[in-house]
Design a protein around this ligand. Structure first.
Ligand SMILES: Nc1ncnc2c1ncn2[C@@H]1O[C@H](COP(=O)(O)OP(=O)(O)O)[C@@H](O)[C@H]1O
Ligand SMILES: C=C(OP(=O)(O)O)C(=O)O
Ligand SMILES: [Mn+2]
Length: 523
């Protein structure tokens, strides 16, 4: 695909550049340069060294007058002085001068009214392949007219200096909204590229009246749209891949007056424990063109998806068209049903419960899920985490900006919201076991089809949630988590402990209305 290079005015590149290369070309380069290896199923596999996940402590936002009063400064959005960014940028220009580089031009945002033309410049061919598969690929015509509005430069071998540059380490993920530039340095984890652009969209879209969301989305035969909000590992990618429904996207969407649209052109699935039986769509998407990250291979170069020795966060990145039933471009109507996914490691939240509008706001602001033992050093017991809007690491603006928009839309369109525990369950059906995926799929289907809303419900006294007494295809005893514990009193104690954590966390939302504050657990 030879097309004129679009404007790379941010950098004065004198080395060889490969612009808008095809997957086949990028794969040839990645393998030839020994960045990645070919696997038995045709995918390429790269390893990422020290960083096998995102590095939130190394993420900064340039604090200049154009954004200063808009950003929710703190641990997520750490400020960087403009002159520090400028110095790094100048050094980076020197570093890049003679470098061989790969350049992808495309879009974030499937809706032409709200899309962001982006350019992704990478040191590695495999990172450019990732960008090509994950972002929205332009048509020939769109490429001719492409004008970059935001650039991501991904230079794993460029290091910053924590002393001189005021950074946390030699690794940096820095966004400047004024320069319209993201610098990613000192990490090989490809997910930083897509989540950086997600953060940029999360900053830009509210000003256009569009709600950006950390959710997956799919659509049924009757054009009924479902959204699945959730933090990492809660099941957005897994549950949105459904043979009965068309996939809109697995991670990042916007909700405009017209409906929802995907920000991306691909998916980024977790591979740990992946099986053909449980996740057939994802399984068969792993083929030529797909990028595997940190997946272990056997002697025949066949992936061993059960091997987590390198990391539990093994990944596959593939274009959305590799999912047989997908919506391209990723645009659909207004959601009918919203599912909040939470991976509760205490095993006390019901597998599914129905929320009213105030409860929906309460749980959206809370964004409860769990960090599991082993995922972080020092975490030996399940640890509750609250990540507001189910996506705090990616939200530049204060939570209320997003929450108010969602609340308005839920009310306006009378969207039914459910809370789904995709985490753990106690008692006879599996102490310490993850919720059975087949049952979760049944409950999610019943919620989406509308049969669940008509069931009878019991009120859970601790969490103040409405629990259905039946759901077709799911043993009724599982629906109430208290039944699944050997010792119901032990259940009550654990449940009250979690209820207390909800209260502690929610205390910071002083501006929330009383009806929202009272919609949480009753302890
Ligand atoms: N009941 C369940 N619901 C959803 N996912 C489950 C369940 N049980 C196990 N899993 C596993 O949990 C992981 C969910 O990850 P994923 O869908 O990638 O989350 P996200 O996209 O939200 O980061 C997958 O590996 C999936 O196989
Ligand atoms: C890619 C990520 O998100 P998710 O696990 O939600 O896919 C991430 O958090 O790095
Ligand atoms: Mn995902």
């Amino acid at each position: 695909m030879m097309t004129p290079m679009t404007n790379i005015s941010l950098f004065n590149l004198k080395g060889k550049t490969h612009v808008n290369s095809t997957p086949a070309e990028l794969i040839e380069h990645a393998v030839g340069r020994e960045e990645a290896i070919l696997t038995a199923n045709g995918a390429v596999r790269a390893t990422t060294g020290h960083f096998t996940g995102r590095s939130p402590k190394d993420k900064f936002t340039v604090n200049d007058s154009s954004v200063s009063d808009q950003i929710d400064w703190g641990a997520v959005n750490q400020p960087m002085a403009p002159e520090k960014f400028e110095r790094i940028y100048k050094r980076l220009q020197q570093y890049l001068l003679e470098k061989e580089l790969y350049i992808f031009n495309g879009f974030a945002g499937a809706d032409p009214d709200h899309r962001l033309p982006i350019q992704v410049i990478t040191e590695y061919a495999w990172h450019n392949l990732f960008a090509h598969q994950l972002f929205i690929r332009p048509s020939e015509q769109e490429l001719q007219e492409h004008q970059t509005a935001f650039t991501v430069i991904n230079v794993p071998n460029f290091k910053v200096n924590p002393q001189e540059d005021d950074t946390n380490s030699e690794t940096l993920i820095a966004v400047s909204f004024t320069k319209k530039l993201v610098i990613i340095a000192g990490t090989h984890y490809a997910g930083e590229m897509k989540k950086s652009i997600f953060s940029v969209m999360n900053y830009l879209l509210p000003e256009q009246g569009v709600l950006p969301m950390h959710c997956s989305a799919n659509v049924g035969k009757n054009d009924d749209v479902a959204l699945f909000f959730g933090l990492s590992g809660t099941g957005k990618t897994t549950l949105s891949a459904d043979s009965e429904r068309a996939l809109i996207g697995d991670d990042e969407h916007g909700w405009s007056k017209k409906g929802v649209f995907n920000f991306e052109g691909g998916c980024y699935a977790k591979c740990i424990g992946l099986s053909e039986e449980n996740e057939p769509q994802i399984w068969q998407a792993i083929r030529f063109g797909t990028v595997l990250e940190n997946v272990i291979l056997d002697d025949t170069r066949t992936p061993d998806f059960h091997d987590g020795t390198r990391t539990e966060n093994t990944r596959a990145a593939y274009p959305i068209e590799y999912i047989p039933n997908s919506v391209i471009p990723g645009i659909a109507g207004t959601p009918n049903v919203i599912l909040f996914l939470t991976a509760d490691a205490f095993g006390v939240l019901p597998p599914i419960s129905k929320l009213n509008a105030d409860q929906a706001m309460y749980h959206f602001l809370s964004g409860y899920t769990s960090k599991l033992a082993g995922t972080e050093r020092g975490v030996t017991e399940p640890e509750a985490t609250f990540s507001t809007c189910f996506g705090a690491p990616f939200l530049p603006r204060p939570a209320h900006v997003y929450a108010e928009m969602l609340g308005e839309k839920i009310r306006e369109h009378q969207v039914q919201v459910y809370l789904v525990n995709t985490g753990w369950t106690g008692g006879p059906y599996g102490t310490g076991k993850r919720m059975n995926l087949r049952y979760t799929r049944r409950m999610v289907s019943a919620a989406i089809e509308g049969s669940l809303v008509k069931e009878s419900y019991i009120a859970d006294p601790i969490f103040n949630l409405q629990i259905p007494t039946q759901c077709e295809g799911v043993p009724s005893v599982l629906l109430n988590p208290r039944n699944t514990w050997k010792d119901p009193e032990a259940y009550d104690m654990k449940a009250k402990e979690l209820a207390g954590l909800f209260h502690q966390h929610f205390a910071k939302f002083t501006q929330a209305s009383d009806t929202i504050k009272n919609a949480g657990p009753k302890v």
